[in-house]
Design a protein around this ligand. Structure first.
Ligand SMILES: C[S@@+](CC[C@H](N)C(=O)[O-])C[C@H]1O[C@@H](n2cnc3c(N)ncnc32)[C@H](O)[C@@H]1O
Length: 266
């Protein structure tokens, strides 16, 4: 296990850029060089970091808070668990865990310094930093020993990864025997009428909200596109199993707009 020097310091652990110049991937609807995707994603989150929490509430009508609460309830956390919150951003999930399970040991981690710094400041201001450490790292290349964590959470982060399969197999490697991975992510609505309304909202309202509240419509256009490019519930389950987990199930929330995948290590 990595020993972090001081609880309120951000430790830079690993930011190895994933991908090579000859392979292509998607950044929203655009096809880009794999090696450039994490820079583009980084620019988006640096741009939204200051307004991230306000925008999250506005876009989801506050529902993201409930989805995160459900994730923590489903996690069945043990009192002394060691937990890695990947793509922790401003720290919503870590905060819920820290407040409900103060004896756990939580590693808040994100590839983006600005997002992680917002999370760290908030943890100190809102007094949930006592059992949290802060590490800047890529979830696609984890700088931890095998079987270090009882629980790994990824909240609305996986769709931004350059190589999801690599990230997932890294998470499996770092989970203890019977450890649990929980992925909270946008997914595919089940009802076709609902799906149409959701598409209209995503491409017409979201970028406008971004423009009005954060003076940034492009980042919220990326959000809508990245959600459409992310695998649906069943496809993600298949990818998770193929990454080496021996069991995976998922729960649909709000007609499948969001899903929680839970996977277990053997
Ligand atoms: C939409 S935010 C989610 C933040 C928080 N988990 C939440 O649910 O509110 C996505 C986060 O994923 C981070 N991220 C993107 N790619 C990543 C990667 N490869 N490794 C770690 N974090 C990543 C971004 O920097 C950003 O903070």
């Amino acid at each position: 296990m990595v020993k972090l020097i001081k609880a309120d310091t951000i430790t830079l652990l690993n930011l190895e850029i994933m991908g090579n110049m000859n392979k292509k991937t998607h950044f929203g609807y655009r096809e880009v060089d794999e090696a450039k995707k994490s820079k583009y994603v980084g620019d988006v989150f640096t741009s939204v970091a200051k307004n991230y929490d306000i925008m999250n509430d506005a876009m989801s009508f506050g529902m993201h808070r409930l989805w995160k609460k459900i994730l923590v309830e489903l996690a069945a956390i043990g009192e002394k668990d060691i937990i890695l919150d990947i793509a922790s951003g401003t720290g919503d999930i870590s905060k819920l865990i820290s407040q409900e399970y103060p004896s756990t040991n939580i590693y808040m981690s994100d590839i983006n310094y600005d997002m992680l710094n917002e999370g760290r400041n908030r943890a100190i201001d809102e007094a949930f930093d006592s059992n949290c450490s802060f590490c800047q790292l890529s979830g696609e290349n984890l700088p931890f020993k095998d079987r270090s964590f009882d629980l790994i959470t990824v909240g609305f982060g996986l769709r931004n990864f350059t190589d999801k399969e690599k990230g997932l197999s890294e998470m499996r490697r770092c989970l203890s025997k019977k450890g649990k991975l929980m992925v909270l992510e946008f997914s595919k609505p089940i009802n076709p009428v609902f799906s149409k309304i959701y598409d209209w909202y995503s491409f017409n309202i979201l970028p406008k909200l971004g423009s009005i509240l954060a003076n940034d419509s492009e980042s919220y256009q990326y959000l809508a596109e990245s959600i459409r490019m992310h695998p649906d519930q069943e496809s993600l389950k298949k990818i998770i199993i193929e990454s080496g987990f021996n069991e995976c199930k998922f729960y649909n929330l709000l007609n499948g707009i969001v899903a929680i995948h839970i996977a277990y290590n053997d």
